[in-house]
Design a protein around this ligand. Structure first.
Ligand code: AMP
Length: 234
């Protein structure tokens, strides 16, 4: 489970509705394959916290549970993927989330496929985490995270040892994300159904989508993902 793998993971896309476990699994893949997690939600939240121009533009959109504009998100992703730590591969978590973003990513990667200086030259493996609707609600409403180390807990399924305190980061008090409030969950799930589900359909049509049962316990979901990645590189 914790064993590292030597092959390059290349680009990997984790798809799934809010609460499917993308962030949790992305962190595990990051540790196993030594490639960074590129979470557009985390990058946007960092921008909001720092009060950047992007953060100011994104803040109210995110608070309503809607999607930030494709232009802003794609520019942010492009800048992130140009960082040296993405050269061996990366896990995209929360991107692409619209058909336009998927098309943009394909165009970017197609360009890289012909660029010999880029070592990750490959189409992404796209893994969809499929989760039952009621499970999603429990996962979203129970989600807590540590503002210091980023570790994610769930008060129903993976509670911290001491209520509301991080096990690792010197007992930092856990926080609930602003958009995990009940009134914002429905718009986020609607945005997923209307704007992100077509992305899964798009990858399915191009034969690149692999579905994984995201209802299983977290270790079992990771094992399924590792098998997909190992088979792909075998
Ligand atoms: P997440 O942490 O992935 O659930 O994202 C939190 C919020 O950030 C979403 O509800 C959107 O408002 C925004 N967001 C994250 N990723 C994207 C994206 N790829 N496109 C547009 N908005 C995004």
């Amino acid at each position: 489970m914790t064993q590292e793998t030597s092959h390059d993971a290349g680009p990997l896309v984790l798809l799934g509705p809010p609460g499917a476990g993308k962030g949790t699994q992305a962190k595990r893949i990051m540790a196993r394959f030594q490639i960074p997690q590129v979470s557009t939600g985390d990058l946007l939240r960092e921008n909001v916290a720092r009060g950047t121009e992007l953060g100011l533009a994104a803040k109210s959109v995110m608070a309503r549970g809607e999607l930030v504009s494709d232009d802003l998100v794609c520019t942010m992703v492009q800048q992130r993927l140009m960082q040296p730590d993405c050269r061996r591969g990366y896990v995209l978590d929360g991107f692409p989330r619209t058909a336009a973003q998927a098309g943009w990513l394909d165009a970017l990667l197609e360009h890289e496929l012909f660029d010999n200086s880029r070592p990750t030259r490959a189409w992404p493996i796209v893994i969809s985490l499929d989760v039952d609707y009621n499970q999603l609600l429990l996962r979203i409403t129970g989600r807590r995270s540590c503002p210091t180390c980023g570790r994610i807990y769930n008060v129903h399924f993976q509670p911290p040892r001491v209520d509301e305190l991080c096990d690792l980061a010197h007992a930092t008090r856990l926080v609930t994300r602003n958009d995990d409030r009940l009134e914002v969950i429905q718009p986020r799930l609607t945005a997923y159904q209307e704007q992100t589900r077509p992305v899964a359909d798009y990858y399915a049509h191009t034969g690149r989508l692999v579905s994984v049962n995201g209802d299983l316990p977290v270790d079992d979901v990771s094992d399924q993902i590792y098998r997909v990645l190992d088979d792909h590189h075998a």
